[in-house]
Design a protein around this ligand. Structure first.
Ligand SMILES: CC/C=C\C/C=C\C/C=C\C/C=C/C(=O)SCCNC(=O)CCNC(=O)[C@H](O)C(C)(C)COP(=O)(O)OP(=O)(O)OC[C@H]1O[C@@H](n2cnc3c(N)ncnc32)[C@H](O)[C@@H]1OP(=O)(O)O
Length: 286
């Protein structure tokens, strides 16, 4: 018992010493630790790292961890969040296709509800948000990035909502957050074609705000954006952001059950299952 307490104390001391060195506070989001959080004590900005190898595909557990992290940031009155990934080549591969293939009813409900929760919390967060996109970012990965207010993308990767290429439609809250960033014309073209943009194309069309040379550069650029808000009242800032996004947020808030039922209906269609099965095989054959 005593030895356990000493071990615990030693672990705490070691972890607080390594965090002090970089003036960071570290906390993890919960039981499964698929999200790491480092808060810079000087700026109050949290770097939130998706950590579900190999490709950060968003399954129920990762979404649940991310959702808890967003709650913690809000209750700690975070000064800002930078979302990034622990992978060297993938920001997030989007929704975990295995959550939608041969779905188990209760789990698919929990999965979609967790995704709705994450979207509502991230898109509507009172604190400022930026995405350091340090790898490919298709579909649900792109969704996380476009929920943020600013995007910095490392060169040589791709981003976009490619759902139509999988034989499915992007859900309405994916579309509303895409339209918050792109013109309706550009959004319609990209969504119907399922376009994956290169970093340069994404910059040109306005899907990302800056290009970075590497992950450190992307985090630095996100931090510079977030630090601009030091000059602005956080209450006025949050109110303005939430007013601009209010219609989109209410649309999902008021139709969560309908959105869930539409998702369950869609993924249970034999033609969708066939398409998802073929897509999984094509990924495995690569
Ligand atoms: C209300 C709704 C109404 C109607 C619509 C209904 C349904 C619509 C619902 C939701 C919309 C869907 C949103 C999505 O996000 S779907 C996911 C789309 N994602 C993709 O298309 C990306 C696929 N992946 C890739 O292109 C590449 O993996 C990537 C470029 C990201 C990385 O390439 P890399 O060469 O580095 O890795 P791989 O060898 O390809 O992959 C490694 C490993 O990981 C597996 N993998 C990849 N992506 C996924 C994924 N999204 N889900 C699950 N698993 C994935 C891949 O198969 C490999 O596995 P293994 O061979 O076993 O190692």
């Amino acid at each position: 018992m005593i030895r356990n307490s000493i071990n615990l104390l030693t672990k705490k001391l070691i972890s607080s010493t390594s965090c002090q060195r970089t003036r960071m506070r570290c906390f993890s989001s919960g039981a499964t630790n698929l999200v790491d959080v480092n808060v810079n004590d000087k700026t109050g900005i949290a770097v939130v790292t998706l950590n579900r190898p190999p490709v950060n595909s968003l399954n129920l557990e990762l979404l649940t961890d991310l959702s808890k992290t967003l709650d913690e940031l809000e209750s700690n009155r975070s000064k800002g969040m930078i979302l990034t990934s622990s992978s060297k080549t993938v920001f997030s591969a989007g929704l975990d296709i295995l959550e939608m293939y041969n779905p188990e009813p209760e789990r698919s409900k929990a999965f979609w509800t967790a995704l709705q929760d994450v979207w509502l919390k991230l898109y509507g967060s009172p604190y400022p948000t930026a995405a350091a996109i340090n790898g490919h970012s298709p579909a649900g990965g792109c969704l996380l990035a476009i929920c943020c207010e600013y995007r910095v993308m490392v060169n040589d990767f791709t981003i976009g909502l490619n759902e139509t290429r999988l034989g499915i439609s992007a859900p309405s809250f994916f579309i509303s957050s895409f339209r918050n960033v792109l013109s309706t014309r550009e959004a319609e073209k990209a969504l119907t074609l399922g376009t994956m943009f290169s970093s340069d194309e994404a910059l040109k069309v306005g899907l990302v705000d800056e290009i970075a040379t590497d992950k450190a550069d992307s985090i630095n650029k996100c931090e510079n954006f977030l630090l601009e808000f030091k000059k602005v009242s956080s209450m006025a800032r949050a109110f303005t952001k939430q007013s601009l996004r209010k219609k989109d947020l209410e649309e999902l808030e008021n139709n969560r059950e309908q959105d869930l039922q539409l998702f369950l209906f869609a993924i249970n269609q034999p033609i969708v299952q066939k398409g998802l099965g073929a897509y999984i095989q094509s990924l495995k054959k690569k």
